[in-house]
Design a protein around this ligand. Structure first.
Ligand code: PLP
Length: 384
């Protein structure tokens, strides 16, 4: 079945009891049991809830995971935390150098307290992955495209190196979504998402999703989901499903507008560099073309003069100055002081995240309105 159909009819797309075509919101914490020790299908909503389960089945379907092997969490970070509960004190992880700031903070300030070790690696450079592997390395964790520099890692080759050394490959697929990229099919073991972004798609819900095609991993992640308890509630599970139904049409529009924005920026004299994997000038455009069916809607760039970054974003009117991404509306932010402020300056700069880097989440408004907004902000800069 094509993903465009799966988005709408995949997972559990209707209520088996009543035939309701929208899965009901099962707003219940517990379930009547038939007799002592004889629960029905569900016992308690931390361990399982039908609305959440419908969403979990849907994401498993979309990522090419296995039914029953997907899990929904209260946020993307809650999902990442549950995944890293798989590891033990003394285990070592290779962490992409350009990941969401909150993911870095989780490693640096929380997981290390539990004894996990990590090395930061530019995963778009396969030799660096190979070189950083130690005897106690257990996993390769990366984003592709990455946040905020839109770096592309060759997933097939990266996962093959990991497999050779008995490491798990864990991919944050938030930026691409399963509509444009399926990491499990390219060799990843676990795929996760901040569902808050494109999957939800309307900037109205915070959620995390994790899926795998490996039974042992699924059992363990399911165990930690229940044991830690950071589950997604039924209302938010329903909102996620509603958002996902329109993912294909939204992603096509995001991509179309992002292309137009990236081209405008690439041709503007005030712009120093543009990062968008869809541009043929992107370092790893050819790999992106092979492993993705589209390039999504995130564009980052720097101006020739770093000090112009703040006045520029403040001059924008349609692009809303806000954290997060992936909603229907266009957003703008400066990673160094917003989404990636928790990454120390020297680590940010080593990864190439300059203080003046600007990140756009290009929405699905009328493209020319977005281009006009950028142009008027450039004009205001000139008149300063
Ligand atoms: N992964 C990526 C790529 C993100 O951009 C974010 C948040 O911005 C997260 C994970 C964390 O997700 P959440 O904010 O839903 O906890």
């Amino acid at each position: 079945m094509h993903i465009q159909t799966k988005l709408i009819q995949g997972g559990i797309s209707e209520d088996p009891t009543t035939g309701a075509v929208s899965v009901p919101i099962y707003q219940t914490s517990t379930y009547r049991q038939n007799a002592v020790g004889q629960p029905k299908e569900y016992e308690y909503s931390r361990s399982g809830n039908p609305t959440r389960f419908a969403l979990e089945e849907l994401i498993a379907d979309l990522e090419g995971g296995v039914r029953g092997f997907a899990f929904a969490f209260a946020s993307g970070l809650a999902g990442i935390h549950a995944v890293f509960s798989l590891f033990q004190s003394g285990d070592h992880i290779l962490l992409g150098d350009d990941v969401y700031g909150g993911t870095f903070r989780l490693f640096d300030n929380v997981l290390t307290k539990n004894g996990l070790e990590y090395t930061i690696v530019d995963t778009s450079n396969l030799a660096q992955i190979e070189e950083a592997i130690q005897d106690n390395t257990k996993a390769l964790y990366l984003e592709t495209p990455s946040n905020p520099l839109l770096k592309i890692t060759d997933l097939k080759a990266g996962a093959a190196i990991a497999k050779n050394h008995d490491l798990l490959t864990i991919v944050d697929n938030t930026f691409a979504t399963p509509y444009f990229q399926k990491p499990l099919e390219l060799g990843a073991d676990i795929v996760l998402h901040s569902g808050t972004k494109y999957l939800g798609g309307h900037s109205d819900v915070v959620a995390g999703l994790v899926t795998t095609n490996n039974q042992e991993l699924a059992e363990q992640i399911g165990y930690y989901q229940n044991a830690i308890g950071s589950v997604l509630g039924p209302q938010d599970s329903w909102l996620m499903q509603r958002g996902i139904k329109t993912l294909s049409v939204r992603m096509e529009e995001h991509q179309k507008n992002a292309y137009a924005v990236a081209e405008l920026l690439a041709n503007h004299p005030e712009v120093e560099a543009v990062y968008y994997p869809g541009l043929t000038t992107h370092n790893n455009h050819e790999i992106a073309k092979q492993q993705m069916s589209g390039y999504s809607g995130m564009v980052s760039f720097t101006l020739k003069n770093d000090a112009d970054a703040i006045p520029f974003v403040e001059a924008l009117q349609l692009f809303i100055l806000a954290e997060s991404l992936g909603g229907v509306e266009s957003l703008v932010e400066i990673p160094s002081v917003m989404t990636h402020a928790s990454v120390p300056k020297e680590k940010r700069e080593k990864a190439g995240i300059k203080d003046g880097l600007i990140r756009l989440s290009v929405g699905i408004e009328y493209a020319q309105d977005l281009l006009d907004d950028l142009n008027q902000a450039f004009t205001q800069l000139k008149n300063h």
